[in-house]
Design a protein around this ligand. Structure first.
Ligand SMILES: [Zn+2]
Length: 252
């Protein structure tokens, strides 16, 4: 038996039996981990409040190395992100981030950058009201960290550096196709230089400053067609929480 201590963020929590819960964490040091929290459903238990989705905790768990299910030993709250839960638009944004991580990251795949991405974007969601750019930033960076960074600097076939103008993009090739190559390689969408530059900024900006890069309203749809559509191609389905985000965006 090994004992593991690490920071973690709760991805999801479900009832396992009358007294126990099954909790999925993204840990800082060991990637995605599932733990049984014994007695977590009882009224007075030491895990109270710390196993809600989005909560960042100090986690201690134990079990045999490389097993699929561990036992939760201790969880102490670092940051509850309570203010996110009190605002529906922020809540669904946070839930969408958790769902993407849970769907796209396999257990056993450990990457501190993915943990930092989730921790820093949740912090930014708590602090700022402009959520659209954070959603696009999270999508494109999670894709990049998972090995699916789109090629938007040069043609993916002939490596020609694209000139300013219209960019043709292929979801299957995950990159731009130049004017000469698009006769041989089918493309799915076109977007402008402004959209290409905005996506590049999303990949480079410090997350806490994401709110400063404003996207013109007429380009929002173009950026979504690249980043969200790539998420769909990768997952093969629409994340359950995404329609709620769209609904909230229309209400605001
Ligand atoms: Zn080309």
């Amino acid at each position: 038996m090994a004992l593991y201590k690490t920071q973690a963020i709760v991805l999801k929590s479900m009832n396992l039996s009358e007294s126990d819960r099954l909790v999925t964490f993204l840990t800082e040091d060991h990637g995605k981990v599932k733990c049984v929290a014994k007695g977590a459903r009882k009224a007075k238990n030491c895990f109270w409040g710390s196993l809600e989705p989005m909560t960042q905790i100090h986690l201690i768990y134990f079990g045999k190395e490389n097993q699929s299910l561990y036992r939760l030993n201790q969880s102490d709250i670092i940051e509850s992100f309570q203010s996110i839960r009190e605002d529906f638009a922020k809540l669904y944004t946070g839930i969408y981030f958790l769902e993407l991580i849970d769907s796209m990251i396999l257990e056993g795949h450990s990457d501190k950058h993915i943990y930092n991405l989730l921790q820093q974007t949740l912090t930014a969601v708590r602090q700022q009201s402009e959520l659209g750019s954070l959603i696009r930033l999270f999508e494109i960076r999670l894709l990049s960290l998972s090995g699916y960074k789109p090629q938007i600097d040069h043609c993916i076939v002939c490596k020609t550096i694209s000139e300013n103008g219209i960019f043709r993009f292929s979801y299957i090739q995950n990159g731009i196709i130049c004017k000469n190559c698009c006769n041989r390689v089918p493309t799915d969408i076109q977007f402008t230089t402004g959209t290409r530059n905005y996506i590049k900024k999303l990949l480079e900006v410090e997350i806490k400053n994401c709110g400063r890069i404003k996207i013109p309203k007429n380009q929002e749809g173009e950026v979504e067609k690249v980043t969200h559509r790539l998420v769909l191609s990768h997952l093969g389905r629409e994340p359950k929480s995404y329609p709620f985000i769209k609904t909230m965006a229309q209400l605001i």
